[in-house]
Design a binder for this molecule. Structure first.
Ligand code: NAP
Length: 292
């Protein structure tokens, strides 16, 4: 079975493809169109965006045209978007944000809606207020899910402490997904164990070490194992995640990268997995550990 058609069942009951396309920093109607065109062509059926990426409208435009081209129906694709930290805790703002994302994306429902960040914009990370604001956000999202505007709700950048707090008061809806930075340089083993125990699907972001650093792709241990397996370093890093049932959303603008990223039909052996999972740790994206 191709990786593109592999899915996970979320606690909400819906299924989500294990692999999706990341769209952070992909801008411009034509560029987005070309990226989604090639991605659908090679089998991607899931797209990750966010209000703060400012590309939902262009994604909506591309989908309107491209679903026809590939003879796909709305339900054949899975769209994730996220609440901007500026709206955290603002009940009316959340409703407006969801409506805006729906309108921009040209959808009648969002497959997965995530709280992008455990903190609220303009509030210090160490402020206790963050707790009340994200609890209020969750309550509102649970309500919107009940109304059918969102099929599954989840979180992003939540630590074990943030998750424990949410699970203790989740209005009957557990987070379906926690989207976090995860790759051999930042493995988050405790968090993944916790999520697996609680039935929260872990989706990795920055699997390739972000668009701004090549430290991970050029790590000699990564390039050495990749060359032994006759795959690119990117494919090795992506396979490292999916072999542990962790979802992936690689961002790629170049067609050869988009094509490369679905070729995951190989196995990393136990010894190689162990070596990759012993690399020194280094974080590349924003850090939620200090958000109260
Ligand atoms: N929830 C959050 O807080 C959060 C934070 C960060 C990211 N994300 C999500 O996760 C997605 C992925 O993370 P990311 O954007 O940080 O970057 P990433 O996926 O770790 O890396 C993207 C970089 O890798 C390159 N690349 C892609 N495929 C490649 C291949 N096969 N070989 C060599 N290079 C390759 C891309 O180049 P080209 O673009 O030039 O092809 C780009 O420079 C984002 O787009 C976003 O959707 C979420």
């Amino acid at each position: 079975m191709s990786i593109a058609s592999e899915c996970v069942r979320l606690s909400s009951g819906y299924t989500m493809p294990l692999i999706g396309i990341g769209t952070y920093k992909i801008y411009g109607r034509d560029t987005i169109y070309e990226v989604i065109d090639e991605s659908l062509n090679v089998g991607f059926r899931s797209i990750d965006t966010a209000a703060v990426y400012r590309n939902e409208e262009d994604i909506g435009y591309a989908l309107k045209e491209l679903l026809h081209k590939y003879n796909l129906k709305r339900e054949d694709i899975f769209i994730t978007t996220k609440l901007a930290p500026s709206e955290n805790g603002d009940s009316r703002g959340i409703e407006r944000a969801v409506s805006k994302s729906l309108r921009s994306l040209g959808l009648s429902y969002i497959d997965l809606y995530l709280i992008h960040w455990p903190g609220a914009a303009r509030i210090p990370e160490n402020s206790q207020q963050n707790k009340d604001l994200r609890a209020c956000t969750w309550k509102k999202l649970a309500k919107l899910q009940g109304q059918g505007l969102i099929r599954s709700i989840g979180v992003s950048n939540y630590t074990i402490d943030h998750l424990k707090e949410l699970l203790s008061n989740c209005y009957g809806v557990k987070p379906a997904v926690n989207q976090v930075e995860c790759h051999p340089h930042y493995r988050q083993e405790e968090l993944i164990k916790f999520c697996n125990t609680e039935g929260i699907h872990v989706q990795a972001y920055s699997s390739l070490g972000t668009s701004t650093s090549t430290n991970l792709l050029k790590d000699p241990v990564v390039t050495d194992i990749a060359s032994k397996l006759n795959v690119s370093p990117a494919r090795l890093l992506l396979k490292w995640a999916v072999q542990q049932s962790i979802g992936i959303i690689p961002k790629a603008e170049k067609k050869e990268h988009i094509r490369d990223n679905v070729k995951l039909n190989f196995t990393i052996d136990a010894e190689q997995m162990k070596t990759l999972s012993s690399l020194p740790q280094s974080k590349y994206a924003w850090d939620p550990r200090n958000v109260c």
